[in-house]
Design a protein around this ligand. Structure first.
Ligand code: SF4
Length: 111
């Protein structure tokens, strides 16, 4: 059965992305359920939680090495220097893989 898993990572990230302003997990779930197709709830939850564990940390998100940089309204809340940000990531790239070079970077102000 599909479900949205509103843990601490999920709530923090969806608030950073501006998808909800709520802090009550039940209200967060209701807001996101209205935005995400039900068939995607389970995988969306997994991906958001992994991103919170690996990149978008509570205290010091690795913004400069984040693939969502261009679209994230909270870009800059954390480390924006690409090399310093990459050193914060909590996962290992697959053998032979590398971070995109250059990293996506923020959108220009007029975009
Ligand atoms: S740009 Fe920063 S705040 Fe936004 S999702 Fe990435 S790590 Fe999190």
């Amino acid at each position: 059965m599909p479900g949205l898993t509103v843990d601490t990572h999920f709530g923090r990230l969806v608030r950073r992305w501006g998808l909800t302003q709520q802090t009550d997990p039940v209200k967060v779930e209701a807001d996101l359920a209205a935005l995400i197709p039900k068939s995607d709830w389970t995988m969306f939850s997994h991906v958001v939680i992994f991103h919170g564990r690996r990149t978008c940390f509570a205290r010091r998100p690795a913004c400069g090495a984040c693939p969502l940089t261009r679209w994230c309204p909270a870009y800059g809340e954390g480390e924006t220097d690409p090399e310093k940000a990459a050193s914060l990531l909590k996962f290992e790239l697959a053998p032979g893989a590398a971070l995109p070079d250059p990293l996506p970077g923020p959108l220009p102000d007029d975009a």
